[in-house]
Write a protein that binds this ligand. Structure first.
Ligand SMILES: [Zn+2]
Length: 236
């Protein structure tokens, strides 16, 4: 622990020497352009592998870089990044050699994490033919890492947060990247628009329809309330 504090003091010294206003500028607020959803794996540090510094990237990490629709932590990060910070790019970044993905591909129990890994097993089910057609074990897992990233990008597109943002003037672009720990290189999986739009007929929702329905219900409720005696009509 001591080394962490020592390193921190050294880092502050170096930053101040290079740019005396560095910390004052950061203290004024953040305007990051990117939201990075990555794996918790210690070998995949978001800032280092993307060459971004403090203030440039909003980050959410969990085991196997998942976008799970019941995860309020991830959804809160996504909503804040898109609707308040106005990030321009949302990146899902997986990595080869991902322990979470490998665990999901095995048929073992690991405890609490099993429920989380089920979300990756769903990816295997959807792509089972392709997954099983790769004979080499390592290559099959590498492909699963890629398929998982693609499905998590699709999961982003299924959220009402992204769907509503896409109706606005500056919707964030969605990307799927994979990091190769052995090489240190990032590659873009080119998750094209058509791969996201492919299931629009199932997943896309219309906020305006919903808003109109809520408004109609509210108007009806107000009418009902109007017929009822008001508090001010009642005698004390
Ligand atoms: Zn991982």
């Amino acid at each position: 622990m001591e080394s962490i504090l020592k390193n921190n003091r050294q880092w502050v010294k170096e930053q101040r020497a290079a740019d005396p206003e560095f910390f004052n500028r950061l203290a004024d607020g953040q305007q990051p352009k990117y939201l990075f959803i990555g794996c918790s794996d210690s070998r995949v540090p978001a800032s280092a592998i993307t060459g971004t510094g403090p203030g440039e990237m909003f980050v959410h990490r969990n085991i196997a870089n998942m976008v799970v629709h019941t995860d309020f932590n991830m959804l809160s990060v996504l909503q804040y990044a898109v609707e308040v910070l106005g990030v321009q790019d949302v990146i899902v970044c997986g990595h080869y050699g991902c322990g979470g993905v490998a665990a999901a591909a095995s048929n073992k129990q690991y405890g609490l994490i099993d429920g989380w890994l089920t979300n990756i097993r769903d990816v295997i089910r959807v792509h089972e033919t392709e997954f099983m057609s790769v004979e080499d074990d390592e290559l099959r897992l590498r492909r699963l890492v890629e398929l998982n990233v693609i499905e998590q990008v699709r999961n982003l597109a299924k959220t009402s947060i992204i769907q509503n943002a896409r109706k606005g003037a500056k919707p964030p672009r969605l990307h799927g990247l994979v990091y190769d720990i052995k090489e240190g290189l990032l590659s873009d999986l080119k998750v094209e628009e058509n791969m996201i739009a492919e299931f629009d007929h199932i997943y896309s929702t219309n906020a305006q329809q919903y808003a109109a329905k809520v408004l109609e219900e509210e108007t009806n409720n107000t009418k009902l309330t109007d017929d009822k005696p008001k508090l001010t009509d009642q005698k004390a």
